[in-house]
Structure formats: structure tokens, C-alpha cells
Write a protein that binds this ligand. Structure first.
Ligand SMILES: Nc1ccn([C@@H]2O[C@H](COP(=O)(O)OP(=O)(O)O)[C@@H](O)[C@H]2O)c(=O)n1
Length: 389
């Protein structure tokens, strides 16, 4: 758990503008290119900002977003393919940023769980390929432009993104929203805990759990982590909605004849157990924005609209998990892992983080047409060090 002074944070964000020090007659528009090298895909965010007249936050005018699957870690044994992926995505940046602005537009790549889970030499070889592509590009390549980000920073930067986009970072705003991010390899929870009387200033609480992202949790639940690459392996799981669920080319999972929420919950609980929870710090009034796989699976389960998103209580996810696992729905689940995924999400929220069944989640993919992701916070951090390191 990392604690960061929120006062430091918001004061620093407030001084982003002077730090940019642009020539007086220069256009008020500026650009930044941020790559998200995630475990399941690589994404490019091209941001267009407008400097505000006051010494406040810049205005985010537009985001161009594009993604490619799989993630860079899939090329651990052929790193030049990682370079190719980034080169392809850079074409989006060239189309979006005017040519005259290229040399002053920073390009940055931050990698998350996929590279954290690789051996250091393999991860380094991938990063070197990316660095090479950046160095060849016409964009501005800052120091430390390519690196692996740590999990707590990932959570803090996502918190900054969502609170920036929802207007909660403005000086006059008293409240903030928490964030829940469920990636493929890791999961993050970041929020402003209840003020303790003795506290001088408020601190952000950010926790990241490597190996508790949705894809990693599937493998862990099935005890299949060690089975990868060791030849074919068969596993029985109560969470498998079909007769046969393929998880990996060499690992197949069968249903023991019946699936069921209760038995599946016991399976996923083994993975969630051990996650430190902090129920005393969560306020009833804490609103949590949940995105990534929280959003994707809620859409797959028919709980929210895929464009609008929506509000859900923890108990709504639990109820749908029961329906899917106990085959109480009219339609077969579109993914053979929907029972496991919904049960894992329910278990993570309740037994992992100590959420009540009545806790409200705001399921969100985009806020004002901008991706809910750590990438925007990382870009703001680049323009002015937000003292989160
Ligand atoms: N800008 C983004 C980034 C990720 N995601 C989703 O986040 C999930 C996985 O995130 P990830 O591959 O970055 O996982 P980690 O490397 O953070 O563990 C996938 O469902 C992505 O589609 C998204 O919807 N929008």
C-alpha cells in the first residue's frame, strides 16, 4: 500500500501549466502520445490539450484511441514483433498530430502486468525494441520514455484520470471517486479513505495485486499456472459453464457434469484469500468507478449497456453470477468462463476488498469520450512530476 499526499498531488496538478513554458506566440494546442502496453493488448492514446488561460489544469480537447491484440509479452521470444506492433500504432499518431508538431510531441510507453510477469531479460529485450522504434520516429523522445510501471502507480494514475475527467480535481471540489481496475494480469483499487481525526492531510490509498487480474485469476483458480507449456493437461472445474472450456492450447478444462455458484465460489475463494481488505476505511458514500474487465464482463452478462455503461450494486453482479452458474438464464453464456469470471469479480469485491452488497459501482468505459485508463494520468504526470514516485 502506498500513501500519497492528496494535497501535494492536487497542488502539483494545478501547476502543470507553468511547467509547460511554451513560447508566448505559440499555439495553445499541444499533443502527447501515450502507449499502454497491457498484458492482453497494446493501445495508443493521442491526446490533444488546450492550455487554459488561468494557471489551472489544461483542457483535454480530444483523445484518439486505437488498440492491437495480443500484448507485447506474447512476443517474448520474438521481440522484433513488439517493435512492429508499436510502429503500426505510431501511424495513428502521425495521422492525428500535425506534422509541424511532431518534434515537440512526447511519445511514452508504460508496460503493466504482462511485462511485470516476464523474466527481466525478456522484458528488457521487448522494451529495447520499442525504444529503437521511438528513436527512429519523428516525435520527441523524453528520458525514461519506455519503462515498466509499478502497480500502485498504475492505480494512482487511473485515479487521477477518472477524477480529472469527472471534474473532481477542480480546486473547489470536495469529493472524489474511487477506482477499480481489473486487468488481465493485475488488479488495482485506489480511493481516498475516510478522514481520521488525527490526520493532518488526506492520503490516497492504492493497492495493486499482481496475479489477480482476470486472466491470471482464471489460471490460478484452475491451478493451471504450472501446467502451461508442459504438455496437455485436463482440469475439472465447477466454474466451467460448458462441457469443455479451453483456456490455453495445452490446457483444457472440463465441467464435472454440473457447474454451480456455491462450488465455483469455493474455487475462486482460494485465489482471493490472502488479499488484504480494508473495510473500515471504505465509506458508505464512496463511489467507485469500475472499468477494464469489470466493464467488459458486465456487458457480456447483459447487466449494462456496452456504450452507456451504468450503475450496479455488488449484489447485482452476485445475482447474475448465480443465474449464469446455476444455468437459470434462458440463453447459454456467450463465454464458457462467464460463470467463473462473474463469481471471481463478486468474490474479489466482497471477500477481497470487503465491499458491502449495497456498494454502488459506476461501470464506465469512457468519460466524455475519453478512455477510463491510467494513460491520461500518466500523461499529466509527464508534463509535471506529480510526486507519486
Ligand atoms: N484503454 C483501455 C485499456 C484496457 N482495457 C481493457 O482492460 C482489460 C485488460 O487490461 P490489460 O491488458 O491492460 O491488463 P493488465 O496488463 O493491466 O493486467 C481488457 O478488457 C481491455 O480491453 C480497456 O477497455 N481500455
Amino acid at each position: 500500500q502506498v500513501k500519497t499526499s492528496l494535497l501535494d498531488l492536487t497542488n502539483s496538478i494545478g501547476s502543470i501549466l507553468p511547467a509547460l513554458s511554451r513560447p508566448a506566440n505559440h499555439s495553445r494546442i499541444f499533443y502527447a502520445v501515450m502507449f499502454d502496453a497491457g498484458s492482453t493488448g497494446t493501445r495508443i492514446h493521442v491526446y490533444t490539450f488546450i492550455n487554459s488561460d488561468s494557471a489551472g489544469l489544461p483542457v483535454l480537447d480530444n483523445e484518439m484511441f486505437h488498440s492491437i491484440k495480443p500484448g507485447l509479452s506474447a512476443y517474448a521470444d520474438s521481440p522484433e514483433m513488439a517493435g512492429h506492433t508499436v510502429r503500426m500504432l505510431l501511424k495513428v499518431a502521425k495521422k492525428t498530430v500535425p506534422r509541424l508538431e511532431w518534434k515537440r510531441t512526447p511519445v511514452i510507453l508504460r508496460a503493466t502486468a504482462g511485462l511485470r510477469l516476464l523474466s527481466p531479460d525478456k522484458a528488457q529485450a521487448l522494451l529495447q525494441q520499442v525504444q529503437h522504434v521511438f528513436d527512429e520516429s519523428p516525435f520527441l523522445v523524453p528520458d525514461d520514455s519506455v519503462s515498466i510501471m509499478n502497480g500502485t502507480n498504475e492505480g494512482i494514475l487511473a485515479w487521477i484520470s477518472v477524477n480529472f475527467l469527472t471534474g473532481h480535481l477542480k480546486a473547489q471540489t470536495q469529493t472524489t471517486v474511487g477506482i477499480l481496475d481489473l486487468g488481465g494480469g493485475s488488479t488495482q483499487i485506489t480511493f481516498l479513505p475516510k478522514l481520521r481525526v488525527s490526520c493532518v492531510f488526506r492520503s490516497l490509498s492504492s493497492c495493486s495485486y499482481l496475479g489477480h487480474g482476470l486472466m491470471a485469476a482464471r489460471l490460478a483458480t484452475l491451478g493451471a499456472l504450472g501446467a502451461e507449456g508442459t504438455g496437455e493437461s485436463h482440469i475439472n472445474s465447477y466454474c466451467c459453464s460448458y462441457k469443455r472450456c479451453i483456456i490455453h492450447t495445452t490446457v483444457s478444462v472440463s465441467s464435472p457434469g454440473y457447474a454451480g455458484y456455491k462450488l465455483c465460489y469455493q474455487e475462486v475463494l482460494k485465489v482471493v484469500k490472502g488479499i488484504i481488505h480494508q473495510p473500515y476505511q471504505l465509506q458508505d458514500s464512496n463511489v467507485f468507478y469500475a472499468f477494464s474487465y469489470y466493464f467488459d464482463r458486465a456487458v457480456d452478462a447483459g447487466l449494462i449497456d456496452g456504450v452507456q455503461g451504468g450503475k450496479l450494486e455488488v449484489r447485482d453482479i452476485k445475482k447474475r453470477a448465480k443465474e449464469v452458474c446455476n444455468k437459470m438464464t434462458k440463453y447459454p453464456p456467450i463465454s464458457s468462463f462467464l460463470c467463473m469470471d462473474l463469481t471471481y469479480i463478486t468474490c474479489l469485491l466482497k471477500d477481497g476488498f470487503g465491499f458491502k452488497e449495497s456498494t454502488v459501482l459506476q461501470l464506465t468505459k469512457k468519460v466524455n469520450n475519453v478512455e477510463s485508463s491510467w494513460a491520461l494520468g500518466a500523461t499529466l504526470d509527464h508534463f509535471h512530476n506529480l510526486k507519486i514516485h
